[in-house]
Design a binder for this molecule. Structure first.
Ligand SMILES: NC(=O)c1ccc[n+]([C@@H]2O[C@H](COP(=O)([O-])OP(=O)(O)OC[C@H]3O[C@@H](n4cnc5c(N)ncnc54)[C@H](O)[C@@H]3O)[C@@H](O)[C@H]2O)c1
Length: 321
């Protein structure tokens, strides 16, 4: 297997190249800095629009600042200011990693926007734009990175290559979020995309995992405004609590971690189990009748706690310790 030989315990990503989307601010910035600290050459992608809803003019500023920060610390980085929701620009993004650093090894899909509204008030544009940036954005880069890895594997006579995808979902999908139907749906879609990609690419030596992070960023500054930063030490809501897991998932050590969902924040990582079957009913004849379903399902749900749904609200209570 064509694994890089340069990796050391301190710099496990030495010799690898990574793309991080939406890395001009917030979580993506912390993740790009961490990947560079661990030795990776990084393409820092961000279209740099000023609004967290994706509004305003694009700006090269945020991506270039983070790329410069990495170079100032002795790392290798270039900025890319494309929009990941645009298929062509996503292709250029993946291509730029290959052109700049000779190959792509790690793809961190992180770019995202918010347009919150209750489902009865949400406009078509609020729905479409959030699905487009998160779900289509994740697909676009994944498509071109996957094609790159498949081609590399073919060129190596079918040998496994090195590839890591880290996608970004949210507790808004896991626990449900009444005011974010577009966002919760996009983040659920990203989980489906991750398990599909994990199955499809395993034979090429590529893993795909998904994180549900939590951090104080531009996106969540109002949600977490009530959670004070401590006077000393790291803020439990600092994006720097999320970045180490992304570094680990990108590294050779995580080869056996594939198709997994991990919740991460504040010095804690929780591995979420796949959905499990809670109950099963069989029809008496070949198929069910209405009456039969009524007789089986109505008492079943009558006994279950009110308000319990498929959403895993309990994840919201996870803390370190
Ligand atoms: N902050 C949290 O608590 C939290 C919780 C769960 C999930 N997330 C997810 O983490 C990711 C990062 O969020 P954040 O909190 O750091 O937000 P942020 O707003 O601080 O950063 C997101 C960055 O993505 C960039 N971006 C947006 N759309 C883009 C596009 N189409 N192309 C290129 N760049 C684009 C923005 O310019 C911005 O710099 C998002 O996917 C978000 O949904 C965050």
């Amino acid at each position: 297997m064509a694994l890089p030989q340069e990796g050391s315990p301190e710099r496990p990503l030495e010799g690898l190249s990574a793309v991080v989307t939406g890395a001009g601010r917030g979580l993506g910035r912390a993740e790009a800095l961490e990947l560079a600290r661990l030795g990776a050459a990084v393409v820092v992608n961000d279209y740099g629009r000023p609004g967290r809803d994706g509004s305003g003019a694009s700006s090269a500023g945020p991506a270039e600042e983070v790329a410069a920060e990495i170079r100032d610390r002795g790392g290798r980085a270039v900025a890319h200011t494309g929009d990941v929701s645009d298929f062509r620009q996503a292709r250029e993004l993946v291509r730029s990693a290959v052109e700049e650093f000779g190959r792509l090894d790690v793809l961190v899909n992180n770019a995202g926007i918010l347009r919150d509204r209750m489902v009865f008030s949400m406009t078509e544009d609020e729905w479409d734009s959030v699905i487009r940036v998160h779900l289509k954005g994740h697909f676009n880069t994944t498509h071109f990175a996957a094609a790159h890895w498949r081609e590399r594997s073919k060129a190596a006579g079918g040998e496994k290559v090195y590839g890591r995808i880290v996608n970004t979902s949210s507790e808004a999908f896991l626990a449900g979020s009444a005011g974010q139907p577009n966002y919760a749906a996009a983040k659920g879609g990203i989980v489906g995309l991750t398990t599909s990609t994990a199955l499809a690419l395993a034979k090429y030596g590529v893993t795909a995992n998904v994180i549900c992070p939590r951090a104080r960023t531009r996106m969540t500054e109002d949600v977490f405004a009530g959670f004070q930063r401590p006077d000393q030490g790291l803020d439990p809501l600092a994006p720097e609590h999320v970045a180490p897991l992304v570094g680990y998932l990108a590294a050779p050590a995580a080869a056996r971690v594939n198709g997994q969902l991990l919740v991460v924040h504040g010095g804690m990582v929780a591995i979420v189990e796949r959905p499990r079957v809670q109950a099963k009913f069989d029809s008496k004849q070949e198929t069910f009748t209405y009456d039969e379903l009524d007789a089986l399902l109505t008492p079943h749900y009558a006994d279950r706690p009110a308000g319990e749904t498929f959403a895993a609200a309990e994840v919201l209570g996870l803390t370190r310790g």
